[in-house]
Design a protein around this ligand. Structure first.
Ligand code: SAH
Length: 527
């Protein structure tokens, strides 16, 4: 159906407090179907990736933009809906908690526009939870109140309202209160809350930048002098529980807390392991970083493509089909496994052409990639290195070895095999190209919003340099990466990084994703 003839519809959607994992299933679904997304400040610009098809209209405080007045936002929502669009009005936290969502819904109702409300996880609840502060707790607090700390000029806010708020609930949660903290504290004391009442301020809760300060009504104003909005203020005895319940920002629970890690790796296959919603594609590395408290920002920098000349690979496949032409096939990476089996399949064959050909794989990930195809590697070298495989592989002299690999593979492996007397068929099975740049991620990289960049191959480093150049940035890679810490999967990647002028802080001891995550944990503990 054409847009003009469809009835417009507005979803007032809560985006959650910052951690993209706290967006609801319904919110993600609305975003995925949106024609236009009207948003304020994004807690995490990566949310833009959930709705690449939509037009994104900023109306909130943005750098170099004046905030759009509320009446104008209402008018935009009505106008967009009248054009027959599916409009998502995306709001931080929950739309009805201090988000002016109620006003927007009223405007829509009055204009006769259909709408829905998609509640979100409000910062008022989630931020204390991420700071290890339960808002209610048996025998400590049996009620809680959400209060605005911002006294808009047009609100009559008589003192007895403060009295009622200050004493009306055990736990008080103030939003938008950073600037008025001294006033909030003095009102609470005046209303009769004791000076010893614990208070916490949590800035940028549920994000890698989460920062928490605790104190009491007597000293919180001085202690929290460094806290900037957005922050939630929590007042009440429950704040004491943080000492035992702090988890999100605790180094012992989550050693990578606070780190934003750029993962440059390409996804192993077409149906890349993905987030349950498919919103943010994730691989094993991303998942492990996330579990340990960091945030992985995934932007593949290289893309694996068919070889420029497919003939040698096709000829090798025909030799396999004809039978008994190779004693070994050596796979040097997961890409090689994928490329080999993709081309086998495209030629109308399957793994049975291998018959009793023996298989070797460099690296446990490559071995696993074979296992996913129900094939066990016959040989894995003691270290993930072409030269070591060449030395260790049990080949007899005159053994015929097929080596399907990248067009730009290093010569050390074939040389080592030839030195052992083998006959090597070094066949280009795939080529590597620079992947399409992700503008959101490149901007974060150049703005210094990322802490670590993880490289998984020398071609990944070149890929990132090429990508930056292709996207029009002429700053050299070492300069772009200077504020970050460079992490490499193994010594050959580290060597290539140094050759390109990078300083490498982290090199994995075990040359796998897990090994690199472990190396990051150790580095973090010592830095
Ligand atoms: N509708 C939103 C609140 C909007 S008012 C919600 O439900 O969360 C904006 C205030 O929310 C900020 O001044 C701050 O007090 C709070 N806030 C929003 N996100 C926050 C975050 N990540 N960390 C701390 N406070 C946050």
């Amino acid at each position: 159906m054409d847009n003009m003839h469809r009835e417009g519809f507005v979803s007032l959607v809560g985006a959650g407090p910052g951690d993209p994992g706290l967006i609801t299933l319904r919110a993600a679904e609305c975003l995925a179907q949106a024609d236009v997304v009207v948003y304020d400040r994004l807690a995490n610009p990566l949310l833009l990736r959930i709705a690449p098809q939509a037009e994104w209209l900023p109306v909130g405080k943005q750098p170099n933009h004046h905030p759009v007045p509320q009446e104008e936002i209402n008018a935009i929502l009505i106008e967009q809906a009248r054009q027959g669009k599916r409009v998502v009005r995306l709001k931080g936290g929950d739309p009805f908690i201090f988000g002016r969502g109620g006003e927007e819904a009223l405007a829509l109702a009055q204009a006769g526009i259909h709408f829905e409300i998609v509640p979100g996880v409000t910062s008022a609840i989630a931020v204390p939870a991420y700071a290890g502060i339960p808002l209610t707790h048996r025998d400590v607090a049996c009620s809680t109140a959400l209060i605005t700390g911002h006294r808009a000029e047009w609100i009559e806010n008589p003192e007895d309202d403060w009295q009622r708020c200050s004493l009306g609930a055990d736990t008080l949660v103030f939003l938008m209160g950073v600037k008025n903290l001294p006033r909030i504290v003095s009102q609470l004391l005046e209303a009769g809350r004791p000076e010893s009442t614990p208070v916490a301020l949590v800035e940028q809760g549920t994000t890698t930048a989460q920062k928490t300060i605790t104190g009491t009504l007597a000293d919180i104003v001085t202690r929290a002098a460094g806290i900037r909005p957005p922050a939630v203020i929590i007042v009440g005895e429950v704040v004491r529980l943080r000492e035992q319940l702090g988890w999100y920002d605790s180094a012992s629970h989550r050693p990578l807390f606070g780190l934003r890690v750029l993962n440059t790796k390409s996804f192993p296959n077409r149906e890349a392991a993905s987030h349950p919603l498919g919103m943010f594609p994730m691989d094993e590395f991303d998942r492990q970083v996330y579990t340990l408290g960091g945030e992985a920002v995934h932007m593949p920098v290289i893309q694996v493509c068919p070889p420029q000349d497919p003939a040698p690979m096709q000829a090798a496949i025909q030799r396999l089909v004809a039978g008994s032409s190779y004693d070994w096939v050596v796979f040097t990476s997961t890409n090689a496994v994928t490329a080999f089996f993709d081309q086998l399949g495209d030629s109308g064959y399957d793994a049975r052409v291998l018959r009793d050909t023996r298989l070797a794989a460099i690296g446990s990930a490559t071995g696993q990639s074979l296992q996913q195809r129900s094939i066990q590697a016959d040989f894995l070298p003691s270290q993930s290195s072409g030269a070591i495989l060449g030395e260790e592989i049990p080949v007899h002299t005159r053994a015929r070895v097929l080596l399907p690999r990248s067009e730009i593979g290093l010569p050390d492996l074939p040389q080592a095999l030839i030195a052992r007397g083998a006959q090597v068929d070094d066949v280009p099975a795939y080529s590597v190209r620079t992947a399409r740049p992700d503008q959101v991620v490149l901007e974060q990289l150049l703005a210094g919003d990322l802490n670590v960049v993880a490289f998984f191959s020398p071609s990944g480093i070149e890929g990132l340099a090429h990508m930056l150049a292709a996207a029009g940035y002429d700053t050299p890679l070492p300069e772009v990466l200077a504020p970050l810490n460079v992490a490499c999967i193994g010594p050959s990647t580290t060597k290539a990084a140094r050759a390109m002028g990078l300083t490498v802080e982290i090199t994995a001891q075990e040359y796998t994703s897990t090994g690199l995550v472990q190396a990051m944990v150790i580095w973090r503990q010592h830095s």
